[in-house]
Design a protein around this ligand. Structure first.
Ligand code: PAF
Length: 280
């Protein structure tokens, strides 16, 4: 497995593989890798792609300086894990390599970034679109793999791909959970033992919501989930939105859409965790 730090080296390696007829699969990450990331690289390898992964903590998508500062970083361990899985090429650029000058592009995602994460983290998705478009431009992947835990991020990236008329296929992959149900996230390692103990309640409440009969109204279900999670002292629901899976806009009745998701963000001390579940 080669590890490269410059766009020029990366382009050269990928060009050789393309010339040899390989399909390029790409898994962009911010490092601190866990089994969720592993499931993405495994999927790319199983799809028989020449698999490229990037490790880059992208400053432009952090609206909170402390979050950027505290974001876990363990590049050596990450590289060893990617090598063990059989990844072909790893890209670990510096900030100056990705942003030789400031990226002043402002994307317009209409209503899909005005809700949920977009509303609570101003500028976050613009930063995601900036970095992913730059990485796509460097890697020129045929397929790119993203975890469904970041449900809204996938919608944003699909929209960006459409706007920029890119040829890459976006492949959403299922959430990977710990044995107690907690959705895997690099931020889980920042939880203290009491917080880690409480965090699985997020998925338990979502699963309970999924089991409810349709006779329960959307607003009653919403309250039920928020109440169940907030009953735990360690947890504080920031939002729980029941939305149409395509538009990401809230629905007020079950008849409004055939594909409805519950999307949640919960503050656990200073850490924010997100999760989602299909409700219809
Ligand atoms: O999902 C992530 O880890 C990041 O948002 C991504 C897609 C790697 C862009 O920095």
């Amino acid at each position: 497995m080669k590890v490269v730090t410059t766009a020029a080296e990366l382009r050269q390696e990928v060009a050789l593989q393309k010339a040899a007829g390989r399909v390029i699969g790409f898994v962009p990450t911010m490092g601190a890798l866990h089994s969720g990331h592993v499931s993405l690289v495994d999927k790319s390898l199983n799809d028989n792609c020449f698999t490229v992964s990037s490790i880059f903590v992208n400053p432009t998508q952090f609206n909170d300086k402390n979050d950027l500062k505290n974001y876990p970083r363990m590049p050596e361990k990450d590289i060893a894990l990617l090598e063990e899985r059989g990844v072909n090429l790893v890209f670990t650029p510096s900030v100056a390599e990705i942003y030789p000058e400031e990226d002043s592009r402002i994307f317009d995602f209409g209503s899909i970034d005005k809700v949920m994460e977009g509303a609570k983290r101003p500028g976050h998705f613009n930063g995601v679109a900036q970095v992913v478009s730059k990485l796509f431009d460097i890697v020129q992947p045929d397929k790119a793999y993203f975890g469904e835990k970041d449900f809204q991020q996938i919608a944003i990236i699909k929209d960006m791909v459409k706007q920029l008329k890119l040829k890459v296929e976006i492949i959403p992959c299922p959430i990977v959970r710990d044995s107690d149900g907690l959705a895997l996230s690099s931020r889980n390692m920042l939880l203290n033992p009491a917080q880690r103990n409480s965090a699985p309640l997020i998925y338990r409440a979502l699963s309970n919501a999924q089991k409810q009969e349709r006779s329960t109204s959307i607003s009653a279900l919403n309250q039920m989930v928020v109440h169940e999670i907030n009953a735990d002292n360690e947890l504080d629901v920031e939002y729980f939105d029941i939305v149409d899976a395509d538009t990401l806009q809230s629905v007020s009745s079950w008849d409004e859409s055939s594909n409805i998701y519950g999307c949640i963000a919960v503050k656990v001390g200073a850490i924010r965790l997100i999760d989602n579940i299909r409700l219809k």
